[in-house]
Design a protein around this ligand. Structure first.
Ligand SMILES: Nc1nc2c(ncn2[C@@H]2O[C@H](COP(=O)(O)OP(=O)(O)OP(=O)(O)O)[C@@H](O)[C@H]2O)c(=O)[nH]1
Length: 647
């Protein structure tokens, strides 16, 4: 699945590589905006791998927005084309012109939606920029967990949904069976479902006609109102600042207009307006119903976050303001937290600069400095979910050449103290003494799982172990079952997905969305090494799982911490009460023992290597602890851990 940041980065890079061209690109003569009834704004929604990107490409080809590629995308003959293709796959919005069977030319805006639930809010905003959605379902696979999730989101936004059964070229395709499934599970009328093969370019014309005929045009009459645009995506370009993708909801935006973002209050001038066809084409104005981009030398994404409302500065400043923000704006809310440290503690400045640069491109990234005796200076970073965390980690390592140490991910608990204070605890460091806690609440999420029927028992057991609350179970067609559970988010982020896959032989698909907070008996599990509290190893766990987790952690640390010259006790404790204990026997590690005393140079090398190894160790009291030990807790927490670690 294409990760959200990948999309933004892709377009950012694509635009930046063309920024010189763009600056030189001539702004053509001003044109009248297309009539609302000739505009269709739509997106393509699908479960991963059902063919969303391939179909998007075909629609662009069929309307002449991009050149028709050779059959095999890998053998595109020119770099030019290849680049174009790369851009089209990663674009966030593309404008096509299509002459329909009724003889009229229509402007079709295809708006890309991020595929993953981590970016659910951004999906919601992209969908809000559309009036319709093409639902792609693989005719050989049928409805999957994310199919249900995306349809629910599209419905919530009131979009007209056009079902397309893709991959009918496959011998295993059963479009009629899958149509019945879509109808039964999703309640979508499939009598007019389109049979298509994006691969073989079948059904493409029918899909374009269906977009024109079935997706409603933008609401008429809104052009006379004061300007309001929805920012449904934004990315940062080093040369031009923030590029905000917008859907004009009311009024019209003209080049040179003074603009304001209603939630952040930031004001700028619209220096460049454009549409993506799919290359960026500067325009003089964008009117209600249209989709395009705005640049205004906007310095930080924080000023123009996804979900913002852009208006004319004068309307925003008027007393009382002449415009209200579009409803539903939310600050990005991190759900998963972890500590980020460096293998090489000396490069802290680089980590700080890299995070700051990344945050320019990712308004949902939040971080605060954190310092740990064992791991040095680093940051506590909040992410939208595990995928987001992975993407950030990879970007920091790849783009900034950093070698990171990440502590186990944790969720944020709501703690009410005995003094009546309510605090959000996203790190074991901040967990109050047990005696000062009145109550703790943990975040829950709504989970939907689709799996073969014969795995039902194993998966229900898994959800039960993860303290899940059963919601519903129903047939999902083709010998499969749909399970709905409410699960603690803390369990979902600790190996649950791996366990789900292993207990369903890889066949289950799953989707989750944060729901609410519920009371939970959460405690802080401390680890003591040689009597010293090892703060980076502390965890917040459910009391019922504390003892088993403590035992596994102590046993794992015993394996990971090298023997020292003295006996090292390892203990897991709840407050002052030790609940699990191990010890490492004393031994002086003689790394040269194998060298039979003869080969001096080899002996030297080994001693040097041992010294290097020591450098990578961190001291907890008198004990040298390797980096790997700090990651030990990653595979321990939660119910799914045994399966996740053991396969
Ligand atoms: N046989 C067949 N394969 C197809 C068809 N459409 C797409 N595919 C293949 O299915 C795979 C997934 O297609 P994508 O277009 O990348 O799917 P997607 O839904 O965009 O996936 P993500 O971008 O990863 O979310 C690719 O290997 C495509 O070549 C089709 O009509 N027939």
């Amino acid at each position: 699945m294409a990760a959200r940041r990948g999309l933004s980065r892709g377009l950012g890079r694509a635009l930046s590589s063309r920024s010189a061209v763009l600056r030189a690109a001539k702004l053509g003569p001003a044109e009248a905006p297309p009539a609302e009834e000739r505009i269709r704004n739509f997106c393509i929604i699908a479960h991963v791998d059902h063919g969303k990107s391939t179909l998007a490409d075909r629609l662009l080809e069929a309307t002449g927005a991009i050149a028709t590629s050779a059959k095999n995308a890998q053998v595109l003959d020119t770099m030019e084309l290849e680049r174009e293709r790369g851009i089209t796959i990663k674009l966030q919005a593309a404008r096509m012109t299509y002459t329909a069977a009724d003889g009229h030319a229509y402007i079709l805006n295809l708006i890309d939606t991020p595929g993953h639930v981590d970016f659910g809010y951004e999906v919601e905003r992209s969908l809000q920029a559309c009036e319709g959605a093409i639902l792609v379902v693989d005719a050989s696979q049928g409805v999957e967990a994310q199919t249900i999730a995306v349809v629910q989101s599209a419905r919530a936004q009131g979009l007209e949904i056009v079902p397309v059964l893709n991959k009918i070229d496959l011998p295993t395709a059963q479009p009629d069976r899958v149509a019945a499934e879509v109808q039964a599970i999703l309640g979508l009328d499939c009598t007019r479902a389109i049979h298509a093969s994006a691969k073989e370019r079948r059904g493409i014309g029918e899909i374009l006609e269906a977009v024109v005929a079935r997706v409603p045009p933008p609401r008429a009459g809104s052009r006379a109102r004061p300007l309001r645009c929805l920012v449904f995506d934004s990315s940062y370009d080093a040369h031009r600042g923030v590029i905000a993708s917008v859907r004009v909801v009311d009024g019209a935006l003209r080049l040179g207009d003074r603009i304001a973002f209603l939630n952040s209050g930031a004001e700028y001038e619209a220096l460049e307006l454009g549409v993506l066809v799919p290359h960026a084409r500067p325009v003089h104005s964008l009117a209600a119903g249209e989709v395009g981009y705005v640049c205004g030398a906007i310095r930080a994404l924080a000023d123009a976050k996804v979900g913002e409302t852009l208006a004319h500065a004068a309307d925003a400043r008027a007393q009382p303001p002449r415009v209200a923000p579009l409803p539903g704006y939310r600050e990005p809310r991190p759900m998963v937290f972890c500590g980020l440290f460096l293998h090489d503690g000396d490069r802290f400045e680089l980590l700080r600069d890299s995070l700051a640069k990344l945050a320019l491109n990712d308004a949902s990234l939040v971080y605060t400095a954190e310092s740990s005796l064992a791991l040095g200076s680093g940051f506590r970073v909040g992410f939208l979910g595990l995928l987001h965390m992975e993407v950030v980690q990879q970007r920091l390592e790849r783009e900034y050449g950093l070698e990171l140490v990440m502590t186990a991910p944790s969720v944020a608990y709501r703690v009410t103290t005995t003094r009546g204070e309510r605090i959000l605890v996203d790190s074991p460091d901040k967990f109050p003494e047990q005696s000062a806690i009145a109550s703790v609440e943990e975040p829950f999420c709504a989970v939907e799982i689709i799996a073969p029927f014969d795995c039902t028992g194993a998966l229900m057991e898994l959800c039960q172990e993860a303290r899940g609350e059963f919601g519903n179970m129903q047939p999902a067609g083709d010998g499969r079952v749909l399970l709905q559970y409410a699960l603690p988010l803390g369990e979902v982020i600790s190996g649950f997905f791996d366990s789900l896959k292993s207990r369903s032989r890889g066949y289950a698909s799953m989707d989750y969305a944060p729901s609410d907070y519920r009371a939970a008996d959460i405690v802080k599990l401390d680890v003591l090494i040689n009597g010293e509290r090892a703060a980076p190893l502390a965890m917040m766990v459910h009391r019922a799982a504390a003892q088993a987790t403590g035992r596994r952690l102590a046993a794992r640390l015993k394996e990971l911490i090298p023997r020292q010259q003295f006996r090292v006790p390892i203990q897991a404790a709840l407050g002052a009460k030790v609940i699990a204990a191990e010890h490492i026997a004393a031994l002086r590690k003689d790394v040269t023992a194998k060298c039979y005393g003869g080969d001096q140079s080899r002996k030297k090398k080994l001693l040097m290597r041992q010294a290097e190894g020591k450098k990578r160790m961190k001291e907890i009291g008198r004990v040298s602890v390797p980096q790997s030990a700090f990651m030990a807790c990653l595979s321990l927490r939660g119910a799914g851990s045994e399966a996740a670690a053991g396969g």
